[in-house]
Structures are given as structure tokens and as C-alpha cells.
Design a protein around this ligand. Sequence first.
Ligand code: NAD
Length: 496
Amino acid sequence: MHQVPLLINGEFVQSASNELIDVINPANQEVLAQVPCTTDSEMDAAIASASETFKTWKDVPITERARIMMKYAALLKEHHDELATIICHELGKTFEDAKGDVWRGIEVVEQAANAPSLMMGETMENVARKIDTYSYMQPLGVCAGITPFNFPAMIPLWMFPLAIVCGNTFILKPSEQDPLTPMRLAELFIEAGAPKGVLQVVHGTKPQVDRLLEDKAVRAISFVGSCAVGAYIYSKGTQNLKRVQACVGAKNHMVIMPDASKSHVVNNLVGASVGAAGQRCMGISVSVFVGQASEWVDEIKAGFENVRPGVWDDKDAAYGPQTSKAAKERILSLIASGKEQGATCLIDGSNYTVEGYEQGNWVGPTLFTDVTKEMDLYKEEIFGPVLACMFVDTLDEAIALINESPYGNGTSLFTSSGAVARKFQHEIEVGQVGINVPIPVPLPFFSFTGWKGSFYGDTHTYGKQGIRFYTETKTITSRWFEDDIASGPNMSINLK
Ligand code: NAD
């Protein structure tokens, strides 16, 4: 059985741990590999190597650091389909969806290659007579990243390329559910010319994360994952005086106005809610129909009836299995709770299966109406292919409903009215808003700006805020005495 290696001090090494976790293909339960829980001494070695490497890496010219990112982006493009295929096997995504996972990560690496422009500080001449002030953005030191299962290429790439191009060293702890993709990312990073020790990869769960949260050498932690774990990491990390950014769970609403284009609504809502098996933090889990838009539910239902999950290389499959048996059980129990608590289940995907892959963690597309905000189905993050439809009379009611939600990751509005769109985008308390765009994930020259209970921290992931997160600003105020120059040993010029 293949054991997933660690990357420590530039070497891919076998862990001495005897605590191993199976990496499972969720479509058929095949064990693809085993991932070791990194031992304490291996964690120490990774942190020590990252600390030592920082001393020299921070002084490598920014142009050289950026060139590694250019090479890395090119290599990722060359290996794009290979990476997507690894994702398909260890996470079950369809090939098209997996390619998107890789591509959205490549875009962040391209942005990292722009670091020379992004890391420029500010200058001001003559802040007082003959005194100038200027600032530099300098790296922090050792940074660490803890990533979730649902985007095993994109989310590690949200983190380590930006951190490293800024002059930091980085320790990645990827999800134990799909570590094969991040390991391939690491191999390609070394191939792109990353010096040894700049990136370390360790594996495991809470004990390994705790080690990163406790070690003084680790200056900043980037986390993406569930709310409960994010809250723990944010509070423990900040208690230990680290900088922490934690992108966490979500419950995203799409508001549908009666003046919207019905065909666009139906096409977009179906894909945005059940695509990627609902395992997207920006996917839509609640659709709020305003006024007469409620009459479109039949068409949404017809759209759901055309959705067929399947295995990754089935070109007609809309999405793949859930990541694990535990995830599937959690989704089924929330579907059951919806029925018990009085919602109407128009389509129930609880008993879905795929011929030849009966062991897969399948959940079929599931559609509820008459959902109220007191139901668990509404309150809990389902992270599965389940859409809850709700009905309100006015745009104000829709806005109030969303603003009451503890989450604030993404939302979208479908309308043909600019005035409605303007009011919605201004009043809504959510960090990423789509106007006739169902899943408004910002490209990497912006930042990923979840709000409220969907983000803990101050400075968001990637984009300019990502650069800020991974750097410290140093502000220099300087004065040079002209009489010193004029009277210096080699100075013949008279400045006066
Ligand atoms: P998770 O919180 O279970 O795991 C995330 C990471 O934390 C993994 O690396 C895991 O090993 C580690 N971890 C798990 N338990 C831990 C503990 N007790 N202490 C320390 N570390 C621990 O999340 P997941 O199931 O892998 O991912 C799905 C979640 O991620 C969903 O809630 C989803 O909304 C969220 N997510 C959010 C965003 C965003 O940008 N806001 C993006 C993707 C996913």
C-alpha cells in the first residue's frame, strides 16, 4: 500500500508514524493510499527546517522568487489534466469539475508571480522639512496552512504560493481525506525550482495542527474548513499571538425576483446548488423566491429531475459522490429532519445509487419547499446536493432573512432591474455578492471576502489582502544631513 510521504527539508520522506489513515475513493471505497499522522519529531524537523530556510529565503530577490511562480504556473498548466485525474480518484469529482479546481488554483499562482508590483510599499517625500518616509512590506517568517477536502488543488494554492513569494517559508497540512493532489502540487513546486525547505508538507489531524498552533516559530496560520474547527484554530492561534485567517462554513442564498429571466434562473440555480455534490462553500443552499417568482418552482423541479450523478469519467454525470460515508450520513439525517420538521420534499435523493458503483457515497439531487428558518435544514450547513426553497413577498423580506443568517460567505440576486440590484448589493450583509451570477467567487486579483460567521480574522485570503496577511509593514522615516555630505572625505560638491 502506497504511504503518502512527508516533505521535510526538501526531501520526500516516509513517516515513522504507525498511525495511518486510509485515503479512499468515494465512488467505490477502494483504498488508494495511507496517509501518516506526522510524529512529534517529524513536526519539529519541519518547523526547524522552515525556520532555518527563512533566514536565507527572505533575502532572495523578489524577481527571482516571482520567476519560480512563473515556472510553477507553467508546470501546473502542463500537468493540469493529470492533477484533475488525481482529484477525480481521491475526491470523486467529475473531470470537468476537477479541472476547474486546478485552474482556479493556477490563477492564484499567476497572481503570485505579480508579487513585485503587489509588494511595493508607499513613499512620501518631505513629511517634515527634508525628512522622507517610506514603507516596505517584509515577510513574517514561518507560515502554516490547514486545508479542507473539497478543493484539494485550489485551496492549498490559495496559500503557499503567495506566502512563499512574499519571502516566507510555509508548512502545509492538507486534508487527510485527499492528500494525493497536494503532494503532486508540492512535487511540481520543487520541479519549478523552489529551494529546499521553503515548503514543507506534513499530514495528520488535530494533534499536528495543535503543534503548529503552539510553536512560537509559526507566525501566521491560514485555515479553510468548517466553522467549529475554524473557531478553535482562530481562538487558539490568536491566544498564542499568531496572525490567523480562517475561511469557514456557509449557507448561501440566491434571491429570485419575478422580473428575472426564468430560463437563466433555472439553469443557474440547478448547477449552483447541486454541482460538485453540493460540496462548495459558495454553492447555493437556499433559494428565496420573491412574489410571483414562486411559480417557477415546477421548472426548478424539472431541472433537478434531469440531474444525474455519476462517476468521474462519465461525461454526462452532473456530479460525483460525497467525500465520505460520514458526510453522506450527515446529509441524509438533515434530509430526514427536514421531512420531520414539516418541509415538503419534492425530490428525495436519499436512496440514490449508481449502477456498478453501489458502494459509492451517493446522494441524489434533493429539493425541498416550504422551508422555514426554524428548521435544521435551514440552519445547518448541509454541504450536499440539497436545495431549500423559501417564499417571501418583498425584496426587503429577502434581504432581512439573509442579514439575519449568522453566515455571510456568498449570495446572489437574479433580476433585470438595476435599482433592485443596487439596493441589494448595498444593503446585504454578505461579503461576496453575485448579480445574475450564481457563485460569485472573486478572481485572485480581488480577495475572497467572506463575512460574519463565514470568516474569522481581519485580512482575507489571496489578492492584495493575501499579500498583506503574509507581510509586515516596516515604515522608515529618514533624514540626511547635507552638511555631512558636503564635508565628507570624498565629497567635492557644495550642496548649498
Ligand atoms: P474540516 O474543518 O473538517 O477540516 C479542515 C482541516 O482541519 C483539515 O485539514 C482537517 O484535518 C483539520 N481538522 C479537522 N478537525 C480538526 C481539529 N479538531 N483541530 C484542528 N484541525 C482539525 O473541514 P472539511 O470537512 O475538510 O471541509 C468542509 C468545510 O470547509 C465546510 O464547512 C466548508 O464550508 C468549508 N469551506 C470553506 C471555504 C471558505 O472559503 N469559506 C472554502 C472551502 C471549504
